[in-house]
Design a protein around this ligand. Structure first.
Ligand code: PAF
Length: 282
């Protein structure tokens, strides 16, 4: 198991990428904020299978955190991340400093309109512009042929897909189904914040989503009934949203008569968790 080459300077990253392309190799890219867990390892495995070269980025992006969010306490573990990246066959870990991504004078923002307006958008002002901007910049530095994202952050995935299409970036975006703990909890770096008692209650998010999905499988298509079923199963301290929305436009739906996503965001103690399931397809 060889440790990935760690590159910190954007120019060096781009030069590595150019050399790989010159040798006819395709590059798969997994952008992350580190604190890698088994879900990230699945994303890396997908990249490994799809391209000759695999690049991971680790960058806790300050512009996607609100003033009262967890930027300062976001888990960081570079040695652990590099060990996991090595196990997944990663060639390069791109680990820039904030000053490399946002040098003095930086003033450009990429904002994806409609898709950023619902769900997390109004609750986390500036979050998706921060995500789109950093992902665009990472794409320009790494120059991947394809990039892999988890479906757990399905609004982020939809926004990245839209940005890539709208700006003709020519990068294939691959979505990978959410990886779950054996009891169903969606894997997230933020699960590390949960106390044992909170961890037990956190499974109510996925149980709520699965209960509604089961009702759809049993023939229920009315959004209000499905949302009631899900809400009854939730055991959270604050519900930010529980919404049934169109899988493509993310607009709220009243009936499941096309592919839809049931999404939840809630606090357990001080920890904000999100999860979603696709329903009404297949
Ligand atoms: O999903 C994440 O970890 C982040 O939002 C991303 C895509 C790496 C951008 O900072």
């Amino acid at each position: 198991m060889t440790e990935p080459l760690v590159i910190r300077a954007p120019a060096e990253m781009t030069a590595w990428s150019r050399a790989a392309h010159a040798s006819g190799e395709r590059i798969a890219f997994v952008p992350t904020m580190g604190a890698l867990h088994a879900g990230h390892v699945v994303l890396l495995g997908e990249g490994r299978r799809r391209a000759e070269r695999l690049v991971l980025s680790i960058f806790v992006n300050p512009t996607q955190f609100g003033p009262n969010e967890d930027l300062a306490r976001y888990p960081r573990d570079l040695p652990g991340d590099l060990a996991k990246a090595a196990g997944a066959g990663t060639d390069v870990a791109f680990v820039p400093d904030a000053g490399d991504i946002y040098p003095a004078g930086f003033q450009t923002t990429v904002a994806v309109g409609e898709l950023s307006r619902g769900l997390d958008g109004p609750l986390r002002p500036g979050h998706f512009a921060g995500v789109a901007t950093v992902v665009a910049k990472l794409f320009n530095i790494v120059r991947p042929d394809l990039a892999i994202f988890g479906e757990k952050d399905f609004q982020q995935l939809a926004i990245v897909r839209r940005m890539v299409a709208d700006l003709a970036m020519g990068i294939e975006i691959v979505g990978v189904p959410t990886v779950r703990e054996p009891d169903g909890l969606a894997m997230s770096s933020r699960n590390a914040y949960l106390s044992p008692a909170e961890r037990a209650r956190a499974t109510s998010l996925c149980r709520a989503l699965f209960a509604a999905r089961d009702r759809v499988a049993a023939g229920e298509g009315d959004a209000r009934a499905l949302l009631e079923t899900a809400r009854a199963a939730l055991d959270v301290d604050r519900l930010d949203y529980l919404e049934l929305c169109d899988a493509e436009t993310l607009a709220p739906v009243t009936r499941v008569d096309r592919p839809a996503v049931l999404a939840v965001a809630a606090f357990i103690g001080r920890t904000r968790l999100i999860d979603n399931v696709r329903i009404g397809i297949g």
